[in-house]
Design a protein around this ligand. Sequence first.
Ligand SMILES: *Cc1c(COP(=O)(O)O)cnc(C)c1O
Length: 399
Amino acid sequence: METTVANQPYQVNEKGYYGHFGGAFIPEMLYPNVENLRDNYLTIIQSPEFQKEYNDLLRDYVGRPTPLYRAKRLSEKYGTNIFLKREDLCHTGAHKINNTIGQILLAQRLGKKRIVAETGAGQHGVATATVCALMDLECIVYMGALDIERQAPNVARMKMLGAEVRAATCGSKTLKDATNEAMRHWINNPEDTHYIIGSVVGPHPYPDMVARFQAIISEEIKWQLQEHTGKENPDYVVACVGGGSNAAGAFYHYLDRPSVKLVAVEAAGMGVNSGHSAATTALGKPGVLHGSRTILMQTDDGQVVEPFSISAGLDYPGIGPQHAHLFASGRGTFLSATDEEAVQAAFELTKLEGIIPALESAHALAALGRLGAGPNDTVVVNLSGRGDKDMATYMKHLD
Ligand SMILES: *Cc1c(COP(=O)(O)O)cnc(C)c1O
């Protein structure tokens, strides 16, 4: 991992900003926690002792490096050269554990006794409960009351792993409300609790910290692509964006290589203009959400608009501040895929390659036909997770 370098235009600056986005917009009660984290995170995670434990766990516990797989039949179908980065093969089924492993090691070194987290579909909750079991730390996961009903298997997993699942009963009883409750818990227990945020969102230094823990994805892609093709730079890197952590990890080591096109795919839900969408850059405006200045879906008077997507992991009204900057600066290309297109892409990958992707990852696959990639191009798609958790949805589409 590299230190912050001032002349990297797409990385966080000394003040916690990516261009006009980022910062730490938090209640005064949280200042000591966030300052403690900000002042210590780089020193801790860059220490050789931390790096050794982190990398050993990624290898032996998570199962890294995850393969970079040349998808031959998918490549033929789209007339280009497609590689899948297999984050779906990580322990617990998605990239999220790269981040929770890093944050639990950090929490230990900060002397914390308890972990609090938010979760939507339960994927981040499961990844957090897993590392808490591993490290024997108390774990409290806030989850919207509605999501608790909709995601029974993940609630059961978290409980089996020893976590306490607490229902957020305000608002729409979903992810945004769970995040508010988790933050409130942290404010009330600043001494002994660490808050593990699940994506590249929240006040500085969270977006940078989470991106660094996910940067292992592009670190591996570079040498794996070199082995496959003799070049470490692809022409396109494609990833879905909820908050943006798997995309941030897949983009990280390519940010300063302008020949590599960075393509982020948002969830259009029932259609960008249907009123049931989570296509943040298409619909949103700058504002403050969960502690940072970013782009979010909001009404004219600044109320957060409820997002909608078939995939719970993309059902978020904002994006991380680095992505807002990539969008505003033009460094990133932002596309979207509807529910229907994502489901079709999931069935296509399954039939062509024998891999059932998570619904979130299927949004990235749905953009393959729209990249304009040709026979001489190399495309890396970050397959952020596997589809086991989405079988109930997929079964509705089986005929
Ligand atoms: C949570 C999740 C996402 C969305 O989160 P990001 O922070 O945008 O990566 C994407 N894919 C899978 C499989 C997930 O579980």
